[in-house]
Every structure is written in C-alpha cells, then in structure tokens.
Design a protein around this ligand. Structure first.
Ligand code: 4NP
Length: 151
C-alpha cells in the first residue's frame, strides 16, 4: 500500500515525511507492506529537489534520501491507501481536487497526534526542527491508528 504525504510545494514537509516514514518502516520491518511517497498540491516547485534546510535537518537526525517535487493528481489519490496532508489549507486543496470524494482516506497527519494540529510550513516559520518533530509525532500517531504503534 502506498501512503501519500502531501504539502503545498513538495520540497519541505511532505518529502521529509516520506523519508522519515520509509526509514521507520525499514527499521521496524513493515517496508514490504507500506511505502511512503509524496506530492504537492501546487506545481510551483515541480521537478525541484528537497529544499536544502529541510535536507540538512533530516541528515542531522540520520535520515537520508532524495526526492523531486511533483503535483498530486486525482489518479494518485485513487491509487494510494491514505493521503496524509500537513495543514488545513492542504486538506481544502485536496478535497477540492477530489470534489469531496475519497474523504475516508484523506487525513491531516497531526490529527493522529494526542494534540491535533497543523504541521506549520517551515518555508515561512523557518523552524525546520519543529516541522521534523511534528512530522515524527504525526507518523507515530498514524501507526498507532493502524495498530502498528511500537512506541
Ligand atoms: P512545503 O513548503 O509545502 O512544505 O514544501 C513550501 C515550499 C515552497 C513554497 C511554499 C511552501 N513556495 O511558495 O514556493
């Protein structure tokens, strides 16, 4: 099953979530079962690599990898098991793309947290460290929701 993480540009939060999720999946042995991919709701960064400060933050936490930005399509929504967005604006944009459809598999990532919230956009806050910890918290909450919570 593909798990799609979605943000606005697909150069900061959602590729961070993709690489973090795939590292956790490999470490805990469910990488054959679930694979993370990521998209942007916008095409403003189409084809661009992960934003360097986001990549640097990942590296400082031992997360490696690369990604090129691509815009989410309706076909992607159909093909993925879950669509996990970063903030309320992303949720609005994805539901506009689907015409309100597929809402049973579209969630805000940090609605799985004990303290539900947005993953604020570090492109604007410049706080990549907070984005990293919010994303980790959301992924752990999502894994608990799936019954795969190990921590
Ligand atoms: P992201 O951050 O949605 O976390 O990838 C952004 C990246 C680029 C822009 C906005 C947000 N932008 O306006 O180019």
């Amino acid at each position: 099953m593909d798990i799609a993480f979605v943000c606005l540009g697909n150069i900061c939060r959602s590729p961070m979530a993709e690489l973090i999720f795939n590292k956790i999946a490999a470490e805990r042995g469910f990488d054959g079962e679930m694979r993370a991919i990521s998209f942007g709701t916008s095409d403003c960064e189409e084809g661009n690599p992960i934003y360097p400060p986001a990549l640097k933050t990942l590296k400082s936490h031992g997360v490696e990898g690369s990604h090129r930005a691509r815009q989410l399509t309706l076909a992607d929504v159909k093909n993925c098991g879950y669509i996990l967005v970063m903030d309320s604006g992303n949720l609005f944009d994805v539901l506009r793309l689907t015409g309100g459809g597929f809402s049973e598999k579209i969630f805000k990532l940090c609605d799985f947290c004990d303290r539900p919230r947005d993953v604020d956009d570090p492109w604007y806050t410049r706080d990549f460290e907070r984005a990293y910890f919010d994303i980790v918290d959301g992924i752990e909450g999502f894994l608990r929701f799936l019954g795969k919570g190990g921590v």
